[in-house]
Design a protein around this ligand. Structure first.
Ligand code: 7TS
Length: 420
């Protein structure tokens, strides 16, 4: 694992105990198509523990009001709950200050915010934005839009056959024209854990800021933005056992101070007149309009839940499952794993000889096994390997070896139906 452990991480549970927390997730006891649900699609979205469901329910039942403008008790309670969640996220990432935590809809909005505001403030024609060949579309398209607006140029660090970054190429592509490096921490399509600390150090040696897409690392690894020294870090609440529509952008205060606002509206201003508007202090300058308050509160509960278990224990549990799943899948004739990086987390992408991934997904679904098939919003990765799609099983803390056995049994059924 390449990430470092925040000083604030509690001892948490032992890795062997993690799967016992499966019963915290009510949905996992339901059936699908008359079979027990085997949920192996957590990279897409995770299921939610009782603690998150209960907290959001309690917010709406007992505390609901608009925030930051309260002359009444409920507004004070709602503001305290929302700002309390911001503090939990700060601590989760080990950021220095809540001024550096901007609440957003999720990773996609966080990256769009940076592309828009940092782009407006710092990027001009001829400048370069450097991404990698294993990015999710949400870390490609916002930069393409920025390049179209400004005349900047998008450069891409290639990946090798295993699905690892070619670091020599990265060093070659970094130049005085580079205005930002934006890369994924853990690839959703391949599972690769990138050496982000090394990438950041190399960029900083040239005074280039770095954005880390943490959508798939925040659920699986302890993240410490202070130790990484990244300039921006984006993640989605729904991938860390929290609600959809709530996520966070960490950004160094110096950037947030220097960047123009992303959207205009209520809450992001200090004063408004037709002649001149001044902006609110950080992080509110970047939070126009009524926020997803219940979502933020739920995200805070998810952070509490994960930290109670301990990300180190979760990572160790999932690492064991990944090793077991890899071994079992490779026993299946005609199956090829896509993404065999030395450092991986959470993801088993694969193809089977002449069986379309969609057929694999459909047959598995009838067996109760939920996976994702397709390009995983990472079409350039598929192109790199000459594939239209893969089947992908992805792990969460609630998975067990039995879930992977069910996957393997389901794949046996797929082979049977295709006469293999
Ligand atoms: N970046 C990565 C690495 C992702 O995996 C995803 C979502 C996103 C960004 C976007 O996150 P959002 O919450 O803003 O949508 N990944 C996936 C996936 O792998 N399957 O479905 C969504």
């Amino acid at each position: 694992m390449s990430a470092t452990t925040p000083a604030t991480t509690k001892p948490g549970a032992a890795a062997g105990d993690i799967a016992a927390h499966r019963s915290d997730f009510p949905i996992l006891s339901r059936q699908v198509h008359g079979k027990p649900l085997v949920y192996l699609d957590s990279a897409n979205t995770t299921q939610k523990p009782e603690a998150v469901l209960e907290r959001m329910d309690r917010y709406y039942r007992d505390e609901n009001a608009n925030i930051h403008r309260g002359t009444h008790l409920l507004s004070e309670l709602a503001t305290a709950a929302y700002e309390g969640a911001r503090e939990k996220v700060r601590s989760f990432l080990n950021a220095r200050s809540t001024r550096e935590i901007v609440f957003v809809r999720g990773t996609t909005e966080a990256i769009n915010l940076v592309a828009s505001s940092y782009g407006q403030g710092f990027v001009k024609a001829g400048d370069e934005i450097l991404i990698t060949g294993m990015e999710h579309h949400s870390n490609i398209v916002p930069w393409q839009l920025l390049c179209q607006r400004t005349g900047a140029v998008l450069k891409v660090v290639p990946i090798d056959d295993r699905g690892e970054l070619v670091l020599e190429e990265y060093e070659r592509l970094l130049s005085e024209r580079t205005k930002l490096v934006s890369l994924v921490h853990v690839s959703n399509a391949l599972g690769t854990v990138n050496p982000v600390k090394r990438v950041i150090d190399l960029a900083h040696a040239r005074n280039v800021p770095v954005l880390v897409d943490g959508a798939q690392s925040a659920p699986h690894l302890p993240v410490d933005v202070a130790a990484l020294d990244c300039d921006f870090f984006a993640f989605s609440g729904h991938k860390i056992y929290g609600p959809t529509g709530a996520g966070a952008l960490y950004a160094k205060e110096k950037w947030l101070e220097a960047m123009p606002p992303y959207q205009g509206g209520g809450d992001m201003i200090a004063s408004v007149s037709f002649e001149k508007t001044t902006y609110n202090e950080l992080p509110y300058k970047f939070e126009a309009g009524t926020s997803n308050i219940a979502g933020g509160v739920g995200l805070g509960a998810a952070v509490d839940y994960l930290r109670e278990l301990g990300l180190d224990a979760v990572a160790a549990h999932e690492h064991d499952l990944l090793a077991y799943g890899t071994e079992r899948l490779l026993e299946i004739p005609g199956l090829t794993l896509v993404g065999t990086a030395r450092e991986k987390a959470g993801v088993l992408s694969f193809v089977m000889d002449e069986i379309h991934p969609h057929d694999i997904g459909t047959i598995l679904d009838r067996e109760g096994v939920a996976i994702r098939t397709g390009h995983h919003c990472a079409q350039p990765v598929m192109t790199r390997y000459g594939l239209p799609a893969t089947a992908r099983a992805s792990l969460g803390l609630y998975n067990t070896r039995a879930d992977l056995d069910a996957l393997v049994a389901g794949l046996g059924r797929v082979r049977e139906l295709f006469g293999r």
